[in-house]
Design a protein around this ligand. Structure first.
Ligand SMILES: Cc1ncc(COP(=O)(O)O)c(C=O)c1O
Length: 449
């Protein structure tokens, strides 16, 4: 069994010396060294097994044999860049096209979600000849400078907001400005985007795009209210802009009922640009931008070649094709629907016994558990959420993490092979931890802020 070449202490010491300290580890006070993985399980250097509740990258399961086989077979034959004709890229593009609305039929292959979003920004600006971008509050779209600029989650800690970037309220019906009790939160939140567009026009500026995750994840596992995207797209298009759906976290069937999370907004809704990444290559760096003939045409018309050394190479595309096969063959969307519903049900039952659980939300295997110290005031229980994650790892060997503006949402985005038993185990462990926290009257978070 793989042990790793170095002891855990040696690895950590070398990492501290050689790797930039802003590249943080999970569980930085007591990091875990993982030496192998399979399915939804990770194994440390002592052979201890951890249940992975958060890796939405290893979508069809860690080290899936069909994926490694496809990669090795293609690697053994050819790997070039895309300036030679090759079957894999076109066959893969055709398979992706079959999952998307007909209009989204031109593809650019890249190596990461950040590259995909950076290219989407360029496409939108080139097509519209406008500069300004509207994004959702707390959003994260990637680590390139262009994307830090459109990621409130990052730019607030760094350079601040650029004059061409506009932040719309997060359409969060649990703690946002319009909540479950609003008669039409989708319309109300869309109107906030319309107000931004009007304000931008008053300043003599023009909107190139509205850029949003189809289910905001860093924002706290948010489910967009019904009708929101359709209305926003209408407002943005009438201002001459385009709608970009960031599906980097949510694509490839994670929501179960649909292949893409934007489809939750209705069969008629179609973005102008879709970006995809993380799950696409099951851990291999593979990402993509899908768009319309018109937008791609405008990009070509600028006369500048788009060349991406590794994007769409034969090995990446062989892996991408194998991922699509496994999703189908193993009915992973069906599994996400069934297991996700069971997980949500169990967490909802837990909510009736634990006052600290403010909200349980999600769709398919994209689920969030929001902890609050006071259900009325919805005060985030940030420290309790951190303690739950820590104890799940230390006591139960379960890897979970937190998200949301206050890091008070325990998130679940496991590999799609996550089982009913896995869901039951996680909920049992959370129940035990919350019961003990209550019994010991650990007042980790203040009731008032
Ligand atoms: C929604 C979203 N978009 C884009 C990115 C950037 O992707 P990458 O890290 O592959 O560059 C991320 C990464 O976390 C993401 O969550």
């Amino acid at each position: 069994m793989a042990q790793g070449k170095l002891s855990k202490e040696e690895t950590l010491a070398m990492r501290n010396r050689l790797i930039g300290q802003s590249c943080r580890l999970f569980y930085s006070d007591r990091p875990v060294k993982i030496v192998r993985a399979r399915g939804q399980y990770l194994y440390d250097e002592n052979g201890e097994r951890y249940l992975d509740c958060i890796s939405n990258v290893h979508h069809v399961g860690h080290c899936h044999p069909s994926i490694t086989k496809a990669a090795a077979a293609q690697m053994d034959v050819l790997n070039t860049n895309t300036r030679f004709l090759h079957d894999n890229i076109v066959l893969y593009a055709e398979r992706l096209a079959a999952t998307l609305p007909e209009k989204l039929c031109v593809f650019y292959f890249v190596n990461s979600g950040s590259e995909a979003n950076d290219l989407a920004l360029r496409l939108a600006q080139q097509y519209t000849q406008h500069q300004d971008v509207i994004v959702l509050d707390h959003a994260y779209h990637g680590h390139l400078m262009s994307l830090i600029d459109i990621s409130p989650y990052k730019f607030r800690k760094l350079t601040g907001q650029k004059e061409w970037v506009h932040v719309a309220p997060l359409p969060d019906t649990y703690r946002g400005i319009y909540r479950e009790d609003h008669p039409d939160p989708g319309q109300a939140y869309a109107d906030t985007v319309k107000e931004i567009i009007d304000g931008v026009h008053m300043k003599g500026r023009k909107i190139s795009s509205f850029f949003a995750e189809s289910l905001p994840s860093v924002g706290g596992q948010i489910i967009l209210p019904k009708g929101y995207s359709v209305k926003v797209a209408e407002y943005v298009r009438s201002a001459g802009g385009v709608f970009v759906a960031d599906e980097v976290q949510t694509g490839f069937g994670r929501v179960g009922s649909h292949f893409w999370a934007f489809q939750l907004q209705g069969e008629d809704f179609c973005p102008d640009i879709v970006t995809m990444g993380k799950p696409m290559g099951n851990g291999h760096p593979l990402a993509c931008v899908a768009t319309t003939v018109e937008i791609a045409g405008a990009f070509t018309a600028n006369g500048v070649e788009y060349f991406n050394t590794f994007g769409g190479n034969p090995v990446s595309c062989a892996i991408g094709l194998a991922v699509l096969d496994v999703i189908e063959e193993e009915d992973l969307r069906g599994n996400a629907t069934r297991v996700g519903a069971h997980l949500k049900d169990l967490l909802k039952k837990l909510q009736t016994r634990h006052e600290i659980i403010g909200d349980v939300r999600g769709v398919g295997l994209f689920v969030g558990l929001e902890l609050v110290t006071d259900r009325e005031k919805k005060i985030p229980a940030t420290k309790t959420a951190a303690l739950v994650v820590k104890r799940l790892k230390e006591e139960d060997r379960i890897c979970a993490s937190t998200d949301g503006p206050w890091e008070s949402v325990v998130k679940f985005k496991p590999p799609m092979c996550f089982s009913m038993k896995d869901a039951e185990l996680v909920v049992e462990c959370i129940d035990r931890i919350l019961t003990e926290i209550k019994a010991n009257d650990l007042k980790l978070d203040k009731k008032d802020i």
